[in-house]
Design a protein around this ligand. Structure first.
Ligand code: AHR
Ligand code: AHR
Length: 498
């Protein structure tokens, strides 16, 4: 049997891990907000869902879209509830009323902020560039962050929020490189708009941080041009990563419950690594090596069918993929400073609800495991592992090989806690491993937390829970850790000195 070995190097620090890589995203789409986060019958937050969200300790939540944000006018969603207008949900009503139900504006800025405070997350607002203006966006900043004597801050106070909302993160438009986006424009136009929005919004609150629309290699000139023209005003460059993609040429619809699809899905997390490297190199080549631009992967998930916008159920396979994606974010901790899984509830959601019932998908369990056990700094880990090869799909063009074992490692600031995340992609066999941590005997305890299920296609649903977490503890510390990683499992190995 093939064996894998891992050596971690606590002194080789790759970067500080930003907890915001475990961020989330909610959009006015399907039942994400109305019927998900918001109980439309009781006209209040849905308590079942809130407790599931709180358990994830969400550091940051992006809202109101997505594509919706380039159609949203924030003034519709503030003030007395019965005076708020009802609008068509654009663009999602184009897919039908289940995707884009009439927008009552019941959940607006103040409700979003209350929700974020309730679950302990920083709000991240995405403003409308596609059909809005810099002035409208600047007024929104003033509504949130202005003093209660300012024009829009006084409106906030009048509507019951004397205290500032203090929203730090602001996204300027969404996916405007894409022909599907309202207000789709050239990179040159976007760069110009970005500067106008920057000037207007920062003149209201110079402390805010701005996220610019970036794109991967499919739109290479977009990112280059935006950086060349507006780079010095950008705090974060946004990248979206969906595999396989919903369009047929991207492999949309082609995902099945078979091994071929499984291998393609897993391999795509390694494609993300290439995308992030390309983005980082592009930023550095244009802005210089000491630039301050950070990457925000502010939408990422598996998505291959529009129906998943209504409800989705992510299986253990998808959880293995998510773990592998999170390993990539950790390894690139020095540049990836925010990431928001798309989305939080129902709509390609890691939490699913129906008629007051809630269940957590495998991806939810994986994000929770990572969120709870990641330490402060990413450190280097060398892995030698058997590999598997796969046939390409969609945006993955070439046949390639990927390791069966995927890993990331982190250490706490005081050096007392070290976590190694290990993913065994092998769908049928366990994988013997040897894990070397320098001076392992000076630690006091090893804790192994493992997520697994009977099969890669196992899922939770409203009736049953197939995705399980096991925990084991060892206080007799060996020279190195040797054991068999179960087939298709995700483990956090935590060694502690306290
Ligand atoms: O998350 C669903 C949609 O995917 C978002 O609205 C958009 O930004 C992306 O295309
Ligand atoms: O996957 C289809 C489209 O491609 C999504 O809307 C967009 O986010 C992606 O770039």
């Amino acid at each position: 049997m093939n064996r894998a070995s891992i050596s971690v190097f606590p002194v080789k620090i790759l970067g500080e891990v930003d907890p915001r890589i475990y961020g989330h995203f909610i959009e006015h789409l399907g039942r994400c907000i109305y019927g998900g986060i918001w109980d439309t019958e009781k006209d209040t937050l849905n308590e079942n869902v809130i407790s599931s969200i709180m358990d994830l300790k969400p550091p940051v939540i992006r809202w109101p879209g997505g594509c919706f944000s380039d159609n949203y006018h924030w003034m519709d969603g503030v003030g007395p509830v019965d005076e708020r207008p009802t609008r068509d949900n654009m663009p999602w009503s184009l897919l039908g009323p289940e995707y884009g139900p009439s927008e009552t504006n019941r959940f607006g800025t103040d409700e979003f902020i209350d929700f974020c405070r309730r679950v302990g997350a920083e709000p991240y607002i995405n403003v409308n560039v596609g059909s809005g203006t810099p002035e409208e966006a600047a007024n929104w900043v003033e509504y949130c962050n202005g003093s209660h004597n300012s024009r829009f801050g006084s409106l906030r106070a009048k509507y019951g929020h004397l205290r500032k909302h203090s929203v730090k993160y602001w996204g300027i438009g969404n996916e405007l490189y894409g022909p599907w986006e309202t207000g789709h424009m050239s990179a040159e136009e976007y760069a110009e708009k970005f500067i106008e929005y920057h000037d207007a919004m920062k003149s209201v609150d110079p402390e805010i941080e701005l996220v610019a629309v970036g794109a991967d290699q499919r739109f290479p000139n977009w990112t280059r041009t935006v950086l060349q023209r507006a780079g010095k005003y950008i705090d974060y460059l946004s990248i979206h990563f969906y595999f396989t993609g919903i369009f047929p040429e991207e492999g949309g619809g082609e995902i099945r419950e078979d091994i071929k699809s499984y291998q393609r899905i897993i391999a795509s997390s390694f494609l993300l690594q290439e995308i992030l490297k390309w983005v980082r190199e592009t930023i550095n080549s244009i802005m210089g090596n000491n630039n301050k631009i950070k990457i925000a992967v502010d939408e990422w998930n598996l998505w291959w069918d529009t129906k998943q916008l209504l409800s989705a159920n992510y299986s253990l396979r998808d959880g293995l993929w998510a773990a592998s994606v999170l390993n990539k974010f950790i390894k690139m901790a020095n540049v990836v400073k925010m990431a928001n899984i798309a989305q939080l509830v129902n709509t390609i959601g890691i939490i699913q609800t129906m008629d007051g019932n809630v269940f957590h998908t495998a991806t939810y369990e994986v994000i929770k495991l990572y969120r709870e056990n990641t330490q402060d700094y990413a450190i280097s880990a060398e892995v030698s592992s058997p590999k598997f090869s796969f046939e390409p799909l969609g945006i993955l063009k070439e046949k390639r090989e990927v390791p069966c074992l995927d890993c990331s490692a982190t250490i706490s600031k005081d050096g007392k806690r070290l976590t190694v995340f290990l993913v065994n992609f092998n769908h049928k066999d366990e994988l013997p491993i040897e894990l070397e941590v320098p001076r392992l005997r000076t630690y006091q305890k090893i804790l192994i937390k493992e997520i697994n299920a009977p099969d890669i296609h196992s899922k939770n649903n409203f009736q049953k829970k197939e995705i399980n977490q096991k925990q084991r503890e060892f206080t007799q510390l060996p020279e190195k850790i040797e054991y068999n990683l179960p087939a298709h499992s995700i483990s956090a190995i935590i060694v502690t000195k306290d």
